[in-house]
Design a protein around this ligand. Structure first.
Ligand code: AMP
Ligand code: GLY
Length: 428
């Protein structure tokens, strides 16, 4: 079978790497992919945009693609799955109606309220005046969220009322996120430790993957601006087996049952971003796709061939599969361009990846790279996801950083404390 992955980041490279290990698969194409995917023995890239649905549809026919896996949220929200399925193709991912769980924060919050899913208290506002009045009555800390998709930048965690009001002004009056800010959600600040649970869904059955934890702040000690994620590890010990069970029963199962009851059966990956509070797990956000960089640490732990799992999600037969994971932890460290998430230069020469990958338990997933002839150059903020499997978490972290030290490009920046919460927990 030929498989098509839509997307170009580290998440898509990790998925292509895993799919390429399937005995069922002949070629794994990525649109547009990246040089890391192109280097896989069964990998190939095709220069099509993630939202160019007519061209993607033609490509699926031309290459006789048996399964398409959609990486990013934008094409999902715009209905790529609906269109491709209507043309008779097998696609892993939710339809547009189900993708509203990520595409509209107001929809997600109201949905959670309807189905008793634990989350922060909130208000939803179409006018800046009423949002600001609500902020003044609630006080700080408080969180302001643009309703729509804003490339991960639409959330402000405000520690004072002025910052929250400023966030409302920017989103609703200045429209820095465009139409995504026409509506805002203002919600209660949740204190606790964050964790991510990604789950396979087939419309009715939910099979969670092991827990993971992202590191959103740019600098060590969780300082500095928010990024797309500077590293991750799995499992996240904050999610005890008891909590994992509660998350399944209180969040994931009610979510998938609720979507089915509302006529938008949920198929694909349901990603619950959770705050583990003193009152238990609460949903910070739902995403309708694999997390990035969480995928890079969860998928390498999966022992099954992933292709039958994707097919079971498409066919509604997920209850017939047993999915197993390696006990060993996995860690990924993001090597970013100097200056990221603000301005940064592109086109810096990258060396040392082959040397880093001489360790069989190190995988270097490409996130923002491009080829210039034979030379590999930086081409984005997050450049590489240096990933290691190991025995203990401490040893795995060391292994990942040993690999990072072998890779060079000018002004490379990474966090030096990926996994710090889990390490502190094990030392307590
Ligand atoms: P989101 O895009 O909704 O995941 O928000 C981005 C980040 O903002 C999350 O990963 C959290 O770190 C933080 N955040 C969002 N909502 C809250 C909340 N209600 N309380 C505390 N932190 C939050
Ligand atoms: N790691 C955060 C996300 O994928 O949205």
């Amino acid at each position: 079978m030929n498989v098509l992955i839509i997307g170009s980041g580290g998440r898509e490279h990790a998925l292509a790497w895993k799919i390429a290990q399937s005995a069922l698969v002949e070629t794994v194409y990525a649109a547009p992919g990246n040089p890391g995917v192109a280097r896989l023995a069964k990998g190939a890239c095709v220069p099509l945009g993630v939202k160019d649905v007519p061209a993607l549809k033609d490509f699926i026919v031309e290459k006789n693609i048996g399964l398409t896996v959609v990486g990013p949220e934008d094409p999902l929200a715009e209905g790529i799955v609906d269109t491709l399925e209507a043309a008779g193709h097998k696609v892993f991912g939710p339809c547009a109606a189900a993708a509203r769980l990520e595409a509209s924060k107001a929809f997600a919050k109201a949905f959670m309220a309807r189905h008793g899913i634990p989350t922060a208290a909130y208000g939803e506002f179409d006018e800046p005046e009423s949002a600001i009045a609500y902020i003044r009555t609630q006080g700080a800390p408080i969180v302001v969220k643009a309703d729509g998709l804003a490339a991960g930048k639409g959330v402000t965690v405000a520690h004072d009322v002025e910052t929250a009001i400023h966030a409302v002004e920017e989103a609703m009056r200045i429209r820095v996120f465009g139409e995504a800010g026409a509506k805002v959600v203002v919600e209660e600040f949740l204190a606790g430790e964050e964790a991510s649970i990604l789950a396979f869904c087939d419309g009715k059955t939910v099979v969670p993957m092991p827990s993971s934890q992202d590191h959103k702040a740019a600098y060590d000690g969780d300082q500095g601006p928010n990024t797309g994620g500077m590293g991750a590890y799995s499992p996240a010990p904050v999610v005890t087996p008891e909590l994992q069970e509660r998350i399944l029963n209180e969040v994931l199962n009610p979510c998938v049952a609720g979507m089915a009851a509302e006529g938008a059966p949920y198929k694909g990956i349901l990603y619950a971003g959770l705050m583990i509070t003193s009152a238990g797990p609460k949903v910070v956000e739902f995403n309708v796709r694999f997390g990035d960089p969480e995928t890079q640490v969860v998928v390498p732990r999966m022992m099954n061939d992933i292709v039958p799992v994707f097919l079971a999600c498409c066919d509604g037969t997920l209850d017939q599969l047993a999915i197993e994971y390696d006990e060993c932890p996995c860690v990924t460290v993001v090597m970013a361009s100097g200056g990221y998430p603000k301005d940064y230069a592109k086109g810096k020469l990258i060396t040392g990846i082959d040397d880093a990958e001489t360790d069989a338990d190190v995988m270097v997933f490409h996130a923002g790279t491009k080829l210039d002839g034979e030379r590999l150059l930086t081409n984005g903020g997050r450049v590489l996801n240096v990933t290691a499997r190991g025995t203990s978490l401490a040893e795995t972290i060391q292994r990942a950083y040993a690999a990072v030290r072998k890779i060079h490009f000018e002004h490379a920046h990474c966090r030096n404390d990926i996994g710090h919460r889990a390490l502190a927990r094990s030392q307590r």
